[in-house]
Write a protein that binds this ligand. Sequence first.
Ligand SMILES: Cc1cc2nc3c(=O)[nH]c(=O)nc-3n(C[C@H](O)[C@H](O)[C@H](O)COP(=O)(O)OP(=O)(O)OC[C@H]3O[C@@H](n4cnc5c(N)ncnc54)[C@H](O)[C@@H]3O)c2cc1C
Length: 408
Amino acid sequence: MGDRARVVILGGGFAGLRALHRLQALGERVELVLVDARATSLARPALPEVAVAGKLVDHARFPLAPLLAHHGVRFVNESAERIDADQRQILLTGGETLAYDHLLIALGAVKDYDAIPGFREHGYSVCDDVEAPRLYDALKRFRGGPIVIGSARSVWGSRVDAPRLAAPCEGPVAELMFMIDHELRRRGLREQATLRVFSPGEVFFEDVGPKVHADVEPLVHSHGIEVQTGKVLARVDAGGVVFSDGTSWESALSIVLPPYSGNPLIKRSERLGDEQGFVPTDKTMRHLDLDRVYAAGDCAALAMPKLGHIAVMQADVAAAAIRHDLTGQGEIPPHRPEVFCIANRGGIQATLILSDTLFGGSTDLTLDGPLAHLMKWSFDSYYFHTVGRLPPDLLSDGMESFLRRLQH
Ligand SMILES: Cc1cc2nc3c(=O)[nH]c(=O)nc-3n(C[C@H](O)[C@H](O)[C@H](O)COP(=O)(O)OP(=O)(O)OC[C@H]3O[C@@H](n4cnc5c(N)ncnc54)[C@H](O)[C@@H]3O)c2cc1C
C-alpha cells in the first residue's frame, strides 16, 4: 500500500460521499478508495417527487465514476461480499481482496420488501429508483378507490443506546400522502379516492415532540387524510393490507415503506454487526469491538431515526475521528443527532421539521409554506449539481440558528 494510509469507504451515498469530501482535506497523506455496487449515487429524498410529480429519475441520481476520477479517488464499482477485520481486508464479488488501513462502513440499510408477504405481487413503494418510477406509473393509471400508505415495523439490535423506533423514517409517508392528495385534486380525482395512513408506532412521527405534532395534525385533517397508529403490517393482498391484529383495510393502491434490515455484508462478516446487522459504534463512530473500523449513516446502529441529515452528521464525526487517528490533529465534533427534514406537500408547499426532543433537547418546530419548499428545492439541486456536496457549513449553521430563533 506504500507510505500513504489507505482509507476505504464502503458506500457512496450521503454518508460515504460526505466523509470522502471531508477526508480529501488530508491530501497526499491518504489514498482514498470508494467501493459501491451501484454506478450511480441515489439521492432518496428526491424519490417522492419521482413517484408523484414525475421528476425524472435521472435527476435523483448521478454517476460516481466521473466525480471520483475528478477528485483522484479510486472507485471500485463492485459489490463487497465480506469484511475480514482480522486481516484488514474486504472481499469483493469478483473474488479480489482490497486491503485497508482504515475502513468507513457507509452501506445504508436494506429496505426489506421481501419480508412483507404479498408485497412483490400487490404492493408499491418509493424507496429506490425501481420502486419510485413503478409507483408513478401506477398513480398515472389510478382512476379512484382507496389508497393506503404506511410503514412496516422494523426491529433493532441491542448493542447501542439509541431510540428503538417502530418506523425509522416516516417523512416519506407524510410526503406521499400530501403529494398524492395534491395530485388527485389537480386531476379532479380527489372525490373518487380515500387516503388512509397507518403507522406501526404509538404515534405517527415518533421522532418529534408535541409542538411538531400540534402543527402537523391540523394539516393532515384539513386534507381529509385518516391516520391510525399501532397498526403493524402483516401482508399485502390483491384487495388491500392486512394487519397483525387481524384487521384489514381495503385498498386499490397499497404503498408501503418496508422494514429496515442490516446489510447482508455486515450479517455475513464476523463480529461486524449487532443482532440485526447494524454496525455498533461509540459516539465517535468507531466500531465497539474492532480497531480502525468506523460506520456512519443508515448502516450504523446509532443512526436513529434513519435520516440523511444524521448520516451526514455522523460522516463528519467519523471523518474527524479517522483524521485524528492518522494525524493526531483536529477536534472530533460531538455526536448530536436531531431530526431535520423537509416534506414536500405538492405544488409549492412544504413543511420543514427541526426537532431534538427525542434526544432530550427543547427544539421542536415546523416551518410551513413556499419558503420550506424553496429550501428543499435548493438543497436537492445543490446536491445534484455539485454531485454529492452539501451547502457550506456556514450556510447550514446559519439557517439552523435562524430557525431556532423562530421558535422563541
Ligand atoms: C423515499 C425516501 C425519502 C427520504 N427523504 C429524506 C429527506 O427528505 N431527508 C432526510 O434527511 N432523509 C431522507 N431519507 C433518508 C435518507 O435517504 C437516508 O437516511 C440516507 O440515504 C442514508 O444515507 P447512507 O449514505 O447511510 O446510505 P445510502 O444512501 O443507502 O447509501 C448506501 C450505499 O451503499 C451501497 N452499497 C450497499 N451495499 C453494498 C455492497 N455490498 N457493496 C458495495 N456497495 C454497497 C449502495 O449502493 C449505496 O450507494 C429518505 C429515505 C427514503 C427511502
